[in-house]
Structures are given as structure tokens and as C-alpha cells.
Write a protein that binds this ligand. Structure first.
Ligand code: DAH
Length: 355
């Protein structure tokens, strides 16, 4: 079980974003040309990993950090200055990791955390950190990779083709990237690795080994739903949003381009008959009726307001109906005519009184 933190402020210090994560002073990711600095020691976080150390210091051991991250970059169909990431940390202690092998250890017997040079040359061996045993590293690696492959299979199907690529991140060692074969291309999905023990030791827990991973959400969603342009993620167009709203999380959704013609929204408010309340009125019956009369110029119907009159105790509902033609611009007069028909049909079908 991971606890979830999705409400952390995006304004962080250079210590959080870089120093705590052992990112060297001269690392290119610190450049003013790449980050949104507020002043020399404060910036909009460039990755969710920026919160790793503060949450470890708070005593957490399994957690997800979810939020908006900011990077200066080109603007094209896959880049936008703000996007979203999920980052994760999972800590394990010896008793847990080696439950069935109490003879095995997380740390090499030569590792002395009290030695000021304990972390010198700690990543010169490509297979593990100098403090960790190979057994602990390999077991964590296997768990990490299994969990992430499981996630990718849930998202993209059992048969998804994937590969692990050796990577470098200043905050993990060893490190990997996961790529999936999607749309005739290898696509990078996430970065991950065994957390540098120096980060853990600085933040508190000194008896554990941890894995971490981080992934970009827009990129995954764009692949999953076939959304061609990252700017659509910021669309408030009902034609876009309604394709995802109120859908089962596991529903198969394939994005259909929104008509380039403008939409037109009309509201419909009515009093319910005394036999019905705002809770017993079946919105779905109303939606069917709207669709039956309006056909496919109906892009969306949403419940806008519920109201109970304080004196008469009469119940009233208000729906917004979004009209849009796929091939031409609708005139207001045309829309009004359909809207009229819907409103008289509602009166007949549900015995409501138009307000
Ligand atoms: N922070 C990295 C990025 O934004 C992604 C990442 C890689 C996060 C490895 C991690 C990790 O937690 O272990 O590109």
C-alpha cells in the first residue's frame, strides 16, 4: 500500500529539487534555461522527486507523489511547460525483504555509516552501490521491475512489448528506463532505480533499502487514449472533456477529434411534478430524450443545478445542453428550435413545468 500525496506545493527550494537528490552543482538540469526559477534558491519543481526527502524525513516508507511539474522546453505536440508526474518510493527493512532468508543482509559488512567517507565512490560498481549487498539489490530490482511491468500490462494489455534500458539518474543506482513498443516505436515510459543510500541516510532511515520510480502522466494518457497533441490536456472544450467524464477507469476510450465548428450552450430548467424529487428524477431518462430529439448535434448534457424552493418545497433541476454540428456552424435559431422541441418533449414525458 502506498500513501498518496497530491497536494504538495509546486514551489520548492533548490535544495529539494537538486541538493537533497545528490544532483551535482554543475548538472545541466539546474540551468536557468531549463527551469522556472523564482529566485536563486527557489523554483517551480522540475520533477516530483523533489519531495522525496521531505516525506522520508516525515517518517514515511511507501508513498506516491503526484503533481504538476514545470520545465522550460520547446512547445510542440509532445512538450508543454507544465505537465504531471507520479513519483514513488518504497522502503524495505531486512526483516521484510529477507523474511525467508534471515541469514542475508541489506548492507555489506564493510559498510560503516558513521564513517565520514562512507559514501565516497559509492556508485563505481555498475551492478550495485558499495554499501548494499548484491542479494538485496537484485531482490529489490526484481520487485521494482515486476511491479512496473504489472502496471504497464494493466494499462496497455497483457501482450505489450517492453524492454529495460540501463540509465543514469543522480538519485538512484543502478537505474533503468522502461520502454514499451507502441505505434511502431519504442516509447520511454518511466525512470526508476535503487535509491542512493546517501539520500536515505541524510533523511533519516538508515536500516532500509528503497526503490523509486517516476513517470509522466500526459505522455501515458496520450498513448492510451490516442490524444495527438499535449495542448488538448488543457482543453476546456466540452467536446473534449465529455469523452472522458463519468467513464469507468477501465473503459476503453479512443479520443475522437472535436469538431472545428463552434459549440452553442443552452440551459433548460424545470420544476418537477410533486411525485418526483431531485433525487428520484432519472437523469439518464432525460439524456435519452435529449439524444432522441437532438441526434448527434448534441455534444454533451450536464446537470448544472439542483434547487429546492424553501417555501413551496418544489424541486427544480437545470441542465446545460451543448450543441455542436460536426460539419458546419449551427445558427442560434436552429439551436433554439431543437431546444424548444426538447423542452416540450420533457413536459410531455416527465410532466415537468419549464421555468
Ligand atoms: N525525476 C526523473 C525525471 O523527471 C524521473 C525519475 C527517475 C524519478 C528515477 C525517480 C527515479 O523517482 O527513481 O526525469
Amino acid at each position: 500500500m502506498f500513501s498518496v500525496y497530491d497536494n504538495l506545493s509546486p514551489i520548492v527550494t533548490t535544495r529539494q529539487n537538486f541538493d537533497d537528490l545528490l544532483i551535482p552543482e554543475d548538472h545541466p538540469s539546474r540551468a536557468r534555461s531549463d527551469c522556472y526559477y523564482i529566485n536563486s534558491s527557489t523554483l517551480l519543481r522540475a520533477h516530483m522527486t523533489a519531495h522525496q526527502s521531505e516525506l522520508l524525513r516525515a517518517g514515511l516508507d511507501n508513498f506516491l507523489m503526484i503533481g504538476d511539474v514545470y520545465r522550460r522546453d520547446e512547445i510542440d505536440s509532445t512538450h508543454f511547460p507544465v505537465f504531471h508526474q507520479v513519483d514513488a518510493v518504497r522502503l524495505q527493512r531486512k526483516e521484510h525483504l529477507f523474511e525467508n532468508h534471515p541469514d542475508l543482509d541489506i548492507f555489506e559488512p564493510t559498510f560503516d555509516p558513521t564513517n565520514p567517507n562512507a559514501f565516497k565512490n559509492s556508485i563505481s560498481d555498475p551492478s550495485k552501490q558499495s554499501c548494499h549487498t548484491l542479494e538485496a539489490t537484485k531482490l529489490m530490482e526484481a520487485q521494482l521491475k515486476n511491479h512496473l511491468i504489472g502496471m504497464v500490462r494493466v494499462l496497455f494489455g497483457e501482450d505489450i512489448k517492453y524492454r529495460w534500458v540501463d540509465a543514469y539518474f543522480p538519485f538512484t543506482h543502478p537505474s533503468w528506463e522502461l520502454e514499451i513498443y507502441f505505434d511502431n516505436n519504442w516509447m520511454e515510459v518511466l525512470g526508476c532505480g535503487i535509491m542512493r543510500n546517501e539520500i536515505l541516510a541524510n533523511a533519516g532511515p538508515n536500516n532500509s533499502i528503497a526503490y523509486a520510480f517516476g513517470l509522466g502522466l500526459e505522455r501515458l494518457a496520450m498513448a492510451l487514449y490516442k490524444i495527438p497533441d499535449i495542448r488538448l490536456m488543457w482543453s476546456t472544450d466540452p467536446g473534449f472533456l465529455s469523452q472522458f467524464q463519468n467513464k469507468d477507469v477501465n473503459a476503453f476510450i479512443e479520443y475522437k477529434p472535436v469538431s472545428i465548428y463552434p459549440h452553442c450552450t443552452n440551459d433548460l430548467s424545470f420544476w418537477l411534478p410533486p411525485t418526483l424529487t431531485i433525487d428520484t428524477f432519472m437523469s439518464n431518462d432525460f439524456y435519452d430524450l435529449v439524444r432522441e430529439i437532438g441526434g448527434d448535434v448534441i455534444e454533451q448534457v450536464k446537470l448544472k443545478d439542483k434547487f429546492v424552493h424553501p417555501k413551496t418545497k418544489k424541486h427544480s433541476l437545470c441542465y446545460s445542453i451543448v450543441y455542436r454540428h460536426l460539419e458546419r456552424t449551427l445558427t442560434q435559431a436552429e439551436v433554439n428550435k431543437i431546444h424548444e422541441e426538447i423542452s416540450s418533449a420533457a413536459v410531455n414525458a416527465f410532466n415537468v413545468t419549464i421555468r
